[in-house]
Write a protein that binds this ligand. Structure first.
Ligand code: TXA
Ligand code: MG
Length: 343
């Protein structure tokens, strides 16, 4: 199959909408990451997503809508906290877990009685949903286990020959996936941190909890609230280690390990914030400490770049977990298998 990349013009969005309504797959931009979309109400179409990604069948998909009116046909109930969050943050980088109606195929929900729903902020994404005349089920458009794609070329790297079309709308503004929230109880719980931060949710509802696996690994046999937590994710080929704590100690330890790796003939690379000095050593910058949004927007591209560089050891500075920093540390932590050295 030839994989075309087309700009997200109105004509190309209309064409992409036709492909989706015919049961085909289209990769499309959102403000978080690129998604791999299919008609969410067509079980056969959705099955192809799992094949193209190599995704385990027990990991459910998020259903994307363009208008509030679509919601009641997909879910049985919208609890009051969920309604408040939608009013505050949709369209935007937030997914709500809600009790699903029977029209959502089991392939989408992976057999759960809930479904994750999101109204993306990216206008091309919403135009595509409108053009397809159906809700769109879409995971991130990477092959399973790889970093999520934040530009059309990342999708092409992973999906060439597997899908007919990638709609290109430039780099994603947020760069990490949506915040996944279960707001069915009084205190909402964040299952995956993302563009809508715990601080924003707390401000909206006066309460918020974090799932215990956001900054720690899931042990074998543990029951998790969100199946995606179980899987190895975002991991580059290189051994990846995170260093947190006192800034100067972190810098010294990274330099020590970098130089040792070089002496053994390896190819170390440092993932660091701009203001820290590593001399001539090879760095991929995540931007400045003052701009955690930039680190979020750059992280996945940096993880892919490690592989392109043939890196054997990735040495990563931890970032502050305030605001969107929590999402950055969650993704970095998972890329490193939560191998975190505290100094
Ligand atoms: O920003 C995003 O959310 C992107 C764009 C394309 O919208 N999509 C995305 O999808 O990140 P995916 O499939 O890569 O991640 C969905 C996550 C998985 O960890 C999955 O386990 C969880 O959401 N999830 C989906 N439905 C769920 C449900 N009913 N209950 C609990 N977790 C759910
Ligand atoms: Mg994903």
């Amino acid at each position: 199959m030839i994989t075309e990349i087309r700009s997200a013009s109105p004509e190309n969005i209309a064409y992409a909408g036709r492909l989706i309504s015919e049961g085909k797959l289209v990769a499309f931009p959102t403000e978080t990451v690129y998604g791999l979309g299919a008609n969410a109400l067509d079980a056969k179409a959705v099955e192809q997503i799992f094949v193209a990604k190599g995704r385990p069948g027990d990991n459910p998909l998020i259903v994307h809508i363009a208008e509030m009116e679509e919601l009641s046909g997909l879910v049985l109930d919208v609890p009051v906290n969920a309604r408040k969050l939608m009013d505050a943050f949709w369209p935007g980088p937030m997914t709500l877990i809600l009790p699903k109606r029977d029209c959502i195929p089991d392939t989408v929900s992976a057999g759960l009685d809930t479904v994750g729903i999101r109204m993306p902020g990216n206008a091309s994404a919403r135009a595509l949903i409108a053009a397809a005349h159906c809700p769109i089920a879409a995971p991130s458009a990477n092959r399973s286990g790889r970093p999520s794609p934040t530009c059309a070329m990342h999708v092409f790297e992973d999906m060439e020959g597997r899908i007919p079309l990638i709609l290109d709308d430039g780099p994603c503004a947020v760069g990490v996936e949506s915040t996944v929230i279960d707001a069915r109880e009084d205190v909402p719980i964040i299952l995956r941190p993302g563009g809508i931060t715990p601080e924003m949710i707390d401000h909206c509802l006066g309460a918020v909890r974090l799932d215990e696996h956001i900054l720690s690994p899931v042990q074998e046999g543990t029951t998790v609230r969100s199946p995606g937590m179980k899987y190895r994710h975002y991991a580059p080929e290189a051994k990846t280690v995170i260093f947190s704590g006192d800034e100067e100690k972190v810098r010294e330890e990274i330099i020590r390990r970098y130089d040792a790796e070089r002496e053994h003939g390896g190819k170390p690379v440092i993932l660091a914030l701009d203001n820290h000095n590593y001399g001539q050593r090879e760095i991929l910058s995540l931007g400045s400490v003052e701009e955690p949004e930039a680190a979020a927007a750059r992280l996945f591209a940096a993880l892919r770049e490690l592989d392109h560089l043939g890196c054997t050891l990735a040495l990563c500075e931890a970032v502050d977990t305030a605001g969107i920093g929590l999402a950055v540390m969650n993704r970095m932590g998972r890329a490193a298998g939560f191998d975190i050295v505290r100094l």
